[in-house]
Design a binder for this molecule. Structure first.
Ligand SMILES: [Zn+2]
Length: 230
């Protein structure tokens, strides 16, 4: 678990003690609990990785060879602080990648919404479209940072975004360009004050988490990539 920095070898999310060893070669299941045949995964990725079927490779996730590749690349990244095979000018590549991703978010000027907005009020849904564009782009293979600290800061930020997305289900109502926690829960004929306040608290927390992990992502970029941002 130290070799992977307690992070999942597939999604790079910090999993702490919530990790499982997945058998890379399932045929070796009969007793082969060796380090060589194990890829440490978070619970979510473990559930998905288990579904590979050689006879029906379509629609399945990872072959043993792919898993081995992911595992060894991630171990090497944690070991050296930089991904294996990173070109000498990887800083320049990582800088370009960061600037592109940062641009999709509209920079700090737009992201400040997540620090300052109180969810007892409605908001413009564009802030969420930006997160969507960002997560989509960041999930592409050409958007992997060579620098290990950038890769982990990005994974943490993506985790905060996905938990924010889960939190607004059943709490936030969408109406055209606006979204809000329904004020009728407070002022309707059958007030549900508790439900409203709980939703506000959950959304404010999730939103603060987005801001903090975004700030960490930016700080890491300045430090590791020696990047000056406007
Ligand atoms: Zn994972």
């Amino acid at each position: 678990m130290l070799a992977c920095g307690r992070r999942c070898c597939l999604c790079h999310k910090f999993a702490g003690g919530k990790m499982e060893c997945h058998h890379i070669d399932p045929a070796a299941k009969g007793g082969k609990n060796t380090f060589e045949n194990c890829i440490p995964l978070c619970f979510d990725c473990h559930a998905e990785a288990g579904h590979y079927n050689e006879k029906h490779p379509k629609g399945t996730k990872f072959s043993p060879a792919e898993l081995l590749g992911h595992r060894d690349r991630w171990f090497a990244t944690i070991d050296k602080g930089v991904g294996p095979g990173a070109p000498g000018d990887y800083l320049e590549l990582d800088r370009k990648l960061f600037v592109r991703l940062y641009g999709l978010l509209g920079g700090s000027k737009k992201m400040i919404h997540f620090r300052d907005h109180d969810y007892d009020n409605g908001y413009d849904v564009k802030v969420e479209y930006r997160l969507e564009d960002f997560s989509h782009a960041a999930g592409m293979p050409e958007c992997e940072f060579f620098d290990a600290e950038m890769a982990t800061a990005l994974a943490d930020f993506l985790t905060a975004i996905s938990s924010y997305n889960n939190d607004f289900t059943n709490r936030v109502w969408y109406d055209g360009d606006r979204a809000n926690i329904p004020p009728e829960w407070l002022y309707g004929r059958k007030p549900q004050e508790k439900r409203f306040l709980e939703a506000v608290e959950v959304m404010n927390k999730a939103s603060t988490k987005i801001w903090l992990s975004f700030a960490q992502f930016v700080k890491t970029a300045r430090l590791r990539l020696k990047l000056e941002l406007e």
